[in-house]
Design a protein around this ligand. Structure first.
Ligand code: ADP
Ligand code: MG
Length: 494
C-alpha cells in the first residue's frame, strides 16, 4: 500500500546528472541547464545537459545491454516482469518524494502528482504482468512445413517525454518497452527532468542490468534530434506536439527508418445533449479542462452544448470556473497551477487575445493571474464559432470554448471538422444517441457520460494528426516488438 500523501515543498534534489550504464555522469560538453519552478520563476537546480555525444554513449550502453547473451537478454520473460514489479514497488514506496519533485518542477498540484505517480505504478504493474504473455503462433502454412511466428523485442528504444505528465508518461513508455525486452534511452523534457532522474536511481536499486535504461536530460533540437536521427536506435516512442512529431518521422525517414510511434495534440469535442445529466457533464467538462492548467492533450477544449440547455449550462460552467482555485502546487485546495514555462504562458495569453478579437465573448478570466509565476485565470468563452482560432488550435491552457448546436448530425460533422482525433465525449441519457455519436466521431477514445479516464488495459492514441500507433493495452506491446516467421521444412507432414 502506498504511504499517506505527504507533500514536501522543499524536496532534496539528489540527482542532476546524466544516467548511463547505471552510473551518474557529467555531460561530455560539461554544459548544464537550469530547471525552473514555474510558480516562482526561480531556478530549482542546474542539470547536466546531454547532447549528441552523450546520446552516442548511451546508445552504445543500450546496445551492449541488448546484445545476444547479455544479462538482460538471458532473463526469463517472467523475471523481466518481476524486475518491473520491483520498480513499481519502489516508486510506490517513494511516491511522496517523486510527487514533490514533480510538483516543484512542473507546477501541478501535489495531489495530482501523487495520483499520477500511482497511476504510473499501475502501468508498470500491468506491463510487468504482460512480459510473459505476449507470444507468437503456430501457423497452418501451405506445403510441407511447420511454420511459427515469434515475438522479439525491437531493440534499442528512444523515449522522448513531454513536460505535462512527466512521470506518468515515463512510466508508460519504460514499462511497455521493458516488458517487451527492449533497452532504452529516455529523454525527459527540458522543463521537467527531475522525476525521470529520480526514477533512474530506482531502476538501479531494483537491480536492472546496466544499460537497460539510460536517462539523458537535454533539449529537443539537440539531444532529442540526436535520438530521432540515430542509426543505432531501432524505435522512437514520442509524446509531444504535432510539429515535433512530424520532425521525428522525418528524421526516421532520413536516417534508418526506425519505427516511430507518436502521441500528439488534440482539440477534443465534448458534446452535451439536452437530456444529459448536467451536473455530471459539468463536473467532467470543467475538471477535464482546468486540470493540469489545461496542459492535457485530451482536454475537452471544444464544448458543444445543445440549444435547449445552452443558456443554463453556460451559466453553470462559468460559475464552476469562478470557483477553480489557482495557486502553487503545495497550497491546500489548489486545483490549477501555473503554465509550465514562459513560452507556454505567452502562447495561452495570445490565443485568449485572438478569441476576444475574433468576437467570442469572454465570460470570465482572460488575463494573467497574479504577478509572479506563469499563472493564467480560468477563462471561458461563449459565442464561439468553428472558424475561430480558439476553436481550431490547441491552446494548452485553462481556456474553454463553448459552442452551440442543434442536431446530432450537425454536431458529428462539426466535431470531426478538425485535423486532430485524439478523444471525444458525449453526455446523454439516450443510448442510441450515445452510440451513434461514438461510432461516427473520428477519435481514438470516446467517453460516454464521463471524461478523461484512461485504463492500463485499454488502447490509447490518436486518429488523423493526433498520432501514430496506440499505447496501453496488450496490443501496444506489438509496437515494441518485431514478428519473426520461422518456417521449418518437414517432409513427412502427415
Ligand atoms: P512543447 O512544444 O509542448 O514543449 P514539444 O513537442 O516541443 O512540446 O516537447 C516534447 C518533447 O519533445 C520534449 O522532450 C522536447 O525536448 C522534445 N523535442 C522538442 N523538439 C524536438 C526535436 N526537434 N527532436 C526531438 N525531440 C524534440
Ligand atoms: Mg521545471
Amino acid at each position: 500500500m502506498a504511504p499517506q500523501p505527504k507533500p514536501n515543498a522543499h524536496p532534496q534534489i539528489k540527482y542532476t546528472k546524466i544516467f548511463i550504464n547505471n552510473e551518474w555522469k557529467d555531460s561530455c560538453s560539461g554544459k548544464k541547464f537550469p530547471t525552473v519552478n514555474p510558480a516562482t520563476e526561480q531556478v530549482i537546480a542546474e542539470i547536466s545537459e546531454a547532447d549528441k555525444a552523450d546520446v552516442d554513449n548511451a546508445v552504445k550502453a543500450a546496445q551492449k545491454a541488448f546484445e545476444r547473451g547479455s544479462v538482460w537478454r538471458s532473463l526469463d520473460a517472467s523475471a523481466r516482469g518481476r524486475l518491473i514489479h520491483k520498480l513499481g514497488d519502489l516508486m510506490e514506496e517513494h511516491v511522496n518524494e517523486i510527487a514533490s519533485l514533480e510538483s516543484l518542477d512542473n507546477g501541478k498540484p501535489f495531489g495530482d502528482s501523487y495520483g499520477q505517480v500511482l497511476e504510473g505504478v499501475g502501468f508498470l504493474r500491468y506491463f510487468a504482468g504482460c512480459a510473459d504473455k505476449v507470444h507468437g503462433k503456430t501457423i497452418p502454412a501451405d506445403g510441407k512445413v511447420f511454420a511459427l511466428s515469434r515475438k522479439e523485442p525491437v531493440g534499442v528504444v528512444g523515449a522522448i517525454i513531454p513536460w505535462n505528465y512527466p512521470v506518468l508518461l515515463l512510466s508508460l513508455k519504460i514499462s511497455t518497452a521493458m516488458a517487451a525486452g527492449c533497452t532504452l534511452i529516455v529523454k525527459p523534457a527540458e522543463q521537467t527532468p527531475l522525476t525521470a532522474l529520480y526514477v533512474a536511481s530506482l531502476v538501479k536499486e531494483a537491480g536492472f542490468p546496466p544499460g537497460v535504461l539510460n536517462v539523458l536530460p537535454g533539449y529537443g533540437p539537440t539531444a532529442g534530434a540526436a535520438i530521432s536521427n540515430h542509426l543505432g536506435i531501432d524505435k522512437v516512442s514520442f509524446t509531444g506536439s504535432t510539429v515535433v512529431g512530424k520532425s521525428i518521422l522525418e528524421a526516421s525517414a532520413k536516417s534508418n527508418l526506425k519505427k516511430v510511434s507518436l502521441e500528439l495534440g488534440g482539440k477534443s469535442p465534448l458534446v452535451v445533449f439536452n437530456d444529459a445529466n448536467l451536473d455530471a457533464a459539468l463536473k467532467y467538462a470543467s475538471d477535464g479542462l482546468f486540470v493540469n492548467a489545461g496542459q492535457t492533450c485530451i482536454a475537452p477544449t471544444r464544448l458543444f452544448v445543445q440549444a435547449g440547455v445552452y443558456e443554463r449550462f453556460t451559466k453553470m460552467y462559468v460559475e464552476a470556473a469562478s470557483k477553480v482555485k489557482v495557486g502553487s502546487a503545495f497550497e491546500p485546495g489548489v486545483f490549477q497551477g501555473p503554465q509550465v514555462d514562459e513560452k507556454g504562458f505567452q502562447k495561452v495569453l495570445s490565443l485568449i487575445e485572438a478569441g476576444k478579437k475574433e468576437g467570442a465573448k469572454c465570460e470570465i478570466g482572460g488575463k494573467r493571474h497574479g504577478k509572479v509565476g506563469y499563472f493564467v485565470e480560468p477563462t471561458v468563452f461563449t459565442n464561439v464559432t468553428d472558424d475561430m482560432r480558439i476553436a481550431k488550435e490547441e491552446i494548452f491552457g485553462p481556456v474553454q470554448s463553448i459552442l452551440k448546436f442543434d442536431t446530432l448530425e450537425e454536431v458529428i460533422k462539426r466535431a470531426n471538422d478538425t485535423m486532430y482525433g485524439l478523444s471525444a465525449g458525449v453526455f446523454t441519457e439516450n443510448l442510441t444517441t450515445a452510440l451513434q455519436f461514438s461510432k461516427a466521431v473520428r477519435a481514438g477514445t470516446v467517453w460516454v457520460n464521463e471524461w478523461g479516464i484512461v485504463h492500463p488495459q485499454t488502447p490509447f492514441g490518436g486518429y488523423k494528426m493526433s498520432g501514430l500507433g496506440r499505447e496501453l493495452g496488450l496490443d501496444s506491446l506489438d509496437d515494441f516488438m518485431e514478428t519473426k516467421t520461422i518456417s521449418i521444412n518437414l517432409p513427412s507432414n502427415h
